[in-house]
Design a protein around this ligand. Sequence first.
Ligand code: NCD
Length: 306
Amino acid sequence: MRSLIDILDLTVEEINELIDTANDIIANPKKYSEKCRGKKLATLFFEPSTRTRLSFEAAMYELGGSVMGFSEAQSSSAAKGESVADTAKTISCYADIIAMRHPKEGAPYVASINATIPVINAGDGGHNHPTQTLTDLLTIKREKGRFDNLTIGFCGDLKFGRTVHSLITALSRYNNIKVVLISPAELRLPSYVKKDVLEKNNMEYVETTDLESAMPDLDILYMTRVQRERFFNEEDYLRLKDSYILEPQKLKGAKADLSIMHPLPRVNEISVAIDDDPRACYFKQVLNGKFIRMALIMKLLEEAQK
Ligand code: NCD
């Protein structure tokens, strides 16, 4: 059964096809309104979410399908001690496809090897978030028109930010990508991502604590929130939470065609004064997320029928 656990589960060609489909949905939404009629999506969210869960639900409704699920672990049998494997086997009896978010890294993978229907990883702990990456890739394609020859700055919590880990992994398959890692020393990109992704693929990267000095080189600035829920103590979170706040004057040295991205939710790290800047892409990203999830659901359901 084909699932999506890690962004590398999809080939570059498949990602291009999903992007083409998403662009076609954007151009011709009516064409897709019956594609998943009679199919059911189960959203199993053991961790809070607004965009990811609701964009999966909106995606399935716009394909003519229906949705069931839960949005907190306390309202599921996990609260009674049920294993992820048993939950996955059970939901396979009711639904056609699962989107799962879980605080434990690897939980959606465990679900996928126990389910008899496709499982989509909607975020597992500080590990991966492949559908946010598809969203980000669609946004980069629409904004920049290419995946090669880009300098991308990742700023904020690079340690726990799963969207950063997945997007860097996805970008490792394109040419001449330069990565600028901007974070406080304690929130640097984990060494496993540096070794297994950046270094293994000979990607050019630098680490810095200084956003403003990095700014002039960037084609894309990917801001992130400090991931409070993954800190071991509140004091560290409070000390680090406002490490970077993007305000209009900090964009002085930036390129005129910079794309400012953020997976959202935003806390303080982008001033609302930036929202009207034509370089701000984060709300476009939200919309793109629904369309690429429509493309993904269709693809996995089609493959499941084969
Ligand atoms: C991200 C996540 O859940 O990892 N949100 C999202 O899905 N768009 C980023 C975050 O929570 O900071």
